[in-house]
Design a binder for this molecule. Structure first.
Ligand code: ADP
Ligand code: MG
Length: 288
């Protein structure tokens, strides 16, 4: 491609809401055949809300909310924000945590009101039937189930809902029309991921991936001979965005993601990912 054509393409990108790190990025965009989509905050809005609370027999709902909320209050994760806000709304003022530890991709743990509390995927004991059922019910509906436990026992399940962005279904259709294979990638539970995938029309789902494993998923697809674009917004997507043949960061996302990406989709609208591919094919096509 001539430098002029690439510069024109770059300028056209800016008009579409695509910030391109360098003109050469358009070259790699053209070869992409697979688009890996992060779920939370990319396909979905990432603005989560606490929707349902189910507690174990004999457990006190307000206490479950207080202890979970106290720990989540200290975390920035979208799930944590939903739990902390919902807990404060339903159970009033939250106590201060005596100790707090954030475990990326899993949840939070710490000490509150004298109890050793875990929130999220950190509880490893068995769930009583009523909680196992509440968890499964939430997940089949595409909601993230957050298990709250302390002193070795599961005490409650909080269902946290996220909404698919209005434009995500159209975006997936456009990507497919361009001959690309969409893949949904998430640290969330498989059932939740499959519910979201079905809603937007993605068939291939890679779920329950730890933050540091997202990059390995990209490398594995590349090792299979695919040219991979990755679209993400989170700190936990940064390494995968950097490893992808083309990293597309959402402008609504974290600085870490934006720095790691080759392109930024300014408005956070996934349809613009398809615009980016089209733009690069057109830019490079004109001068072939
Ligand atoms: P994603 O890939 O969807 O952005 P993460 O890798 O950040 O998600 O987290 C994976 C899963 O771990 C979440 O869906 C949630 O179930 C759990 N999790 C992570 N952080 C927290 C937290 N602070 N509180 C509760 N659960 C959490
Ligand atoms: Mg995300």
């Amino acid at each position: 491609a001539t430098p002029t054509a690439l510069l024109v393409g770059t300028g056209r990108g800016a008009q579409l809401g695509i910030l391109i790190k360098g003109p050469e990025v358009l070259e790699s965009t053209r070869r992409v055949d697979t688009v890996v989509l992060d779920k939370t905050g990319t396909v979905t809005t990432g603005r989560m809300t606490l929707q349902e609370v189910r507690v174990a027999e004999g457990a006190d709902e307000k206490q479950v909310l207080r202890l979970a909320g106290a720990l989540e209050h200290a975390s920035e994760h979208p799930v944590a924000r939903a739990v902390a806000a919902g807990a404060a709304e339903r159970a009033g003022e939250l106590p201060a945590a005596e100790r707090f530890e954030n475990v990326p991709g899993r949840g939070v743990r710490g000490r509150v009101e004298g109890h050793e509390v875990t929130v999220g995927r950190l509880f490893d004991g068995p769930l009583p039937e009523e909680l196992a059922e509440a968890k499964k019910h939430a997940e089949l509906g595409g909601r993230t189930a957050v298990v709250v436990g302390w002193d070795g026992e599961a005490r409650g399940v909080l269902a946290v809902a996220d909404a698919v962005k209005e434009t995500s279904g159209d975006a997936v259709r456009e990507l497919r029309a361009l001959g690309l294979r969409p893949v949904l990638l998430t640290g969330d539970n498989r059932r939740v991921a499959e519910a979201v995938a079905a809603e937007v029309g993605v068939e291939e789902v890679i779920a329950e991936v730890l933050p540091e494993e997202k990059v390995e998923v990209v490398r594995r697809l590349q090792a299979e001979g695919r040219t991979v674009a990755m679209v993400g917004d989170g700190v936990n997507d940064a390494a995968a965005l950097a490893a992808a043949d083309l990293g597309l960061a959402l402008g609504t996302g974290t600085d870490a993601a934006i720095e790691a990406g080759d392109l930024t989709l300014v408005r956070g609208d996934l349809r613009v990912a398809a615009d980016a591919i089209r733009l690069s094919r057109r830019t490079l096509g004109t001068i072939k």
